[in-house]
Ligand binder design. Structure first.
Ligand SMILES: C[S@@+](CC[C@H](N)C(=O)[O-])C[C@H]1O[C@@H](n2cnc3c(N)ncnc32)[C@H](O)[C@@H]1O
Length: 229
């Protein structure tokens, strides 16, 4: 029997929002990170660590992370040698968390953190060598109502944000730039594929691995978004 993605999303929202037993800091990728309340918690998922390890960071170049959450990937990009990192999130607590971890790891000078709905707050003239989003993969119905900011980490109503990510992201790539989406099997891959097809794009699996988000077994995949051949 398939997993009910909406029920899984509700369980994940509860788990990531739970304050009891939630650490104020955690260890990942050999570093210690601050964790603020109300932010997607990398301690409850394999995705942050895997995608942060798999991504080909553009050393000396510009990296854009959509939905930076606690900031692990954006800060790792700066520490890996990206000259300019832009990290955006729609959730205010996530913006504060990414800023805190950029300061904690001494890279606040090259990690710009903005509150933004996808690309909205960005200067449209800026170009990026890599654009990445570990997305809110659950395809929520049109009538879904967001009741708190943490639900943005799991649910995308009508897949509107995925549609905009695919249509707007490629326009912000520098020549030779690359675009990645962190995805898992709670997401609606078929709907994503139809959207990509309609835009003349292809979803290529860059890396994938069985894993878990919370207590739910999933396959985690880092998809590269490419022009269709
Ligand atoms: C699955 S979490 C990943 C967080 C972090 N990148 C990580 O891997 O630990 C998805 C993140 O995307 C953010 N997000 C969702 N919709 C967004 C949007 N339209 N614009 C910007 N950020 C968004 C959420 O607030 C959340 O922090």
């Amino acid at each position: 029997m398939g997993v009910d993605a909406m029920a899984a999303g509700a369980a994940l929202t509860e788990r990531h929002g739970e304050l009891q037993g939630r650490p104020e800091q955690f260890e990942l990728l050999g570093r210690t990170w601050s964790l603020l309340p109300g932010v997607f918690a990398p301690v409850h998922t394999a995705s942050t660590e895997l995608f942060s390890t798999w991504l080909p960071y553009p050393v000396g170049g510009a990296f854009l992370e959509i939905g930076s959450g606690a900031g692990v990937t954006a800060v790792s990009a700066a520490l890996a040698g990206c000259a300019h990192v832009t990290a955006v999130d729609i959730a205010t607590a996530a913006v504060a968390n990414t800023q805190a971890n950029a300061r904690r790891h001494g890279v606040a000078d090259r990690v710009r953190v903005l509150r933004s709905d996808l690309f909205d707050a960005l200067d449209g003239d800026q170009r990026y060598d890599v654009i990445y989003w570990n997305s809110n993969v659950i395809d929520a119905p049109e009538e879904f109502e967001y009741l708190d900011e943490l639900q943005w980490a799991f649910f995308d109503r009508g897949y509107a944000a995925h549609s905009r990510f695919l249509s707007q992201g490629p326009k912000l790539l520098a020549p030779g730039g690359r675009m990645f989406l962190g995805f898992n099997t709670l997401g609606n891959k078929e709907r994503l594929r139809v959207m990509a097809d309609g835009l003349g794009l292809e979803l290529a699996t860059y890396r994938r691995r069985p894993g878990a988000v919370g207590a739910i077994s999933v396959e985690l995949s880092l998809l590269e978004i490419l022009p269709a051949c």
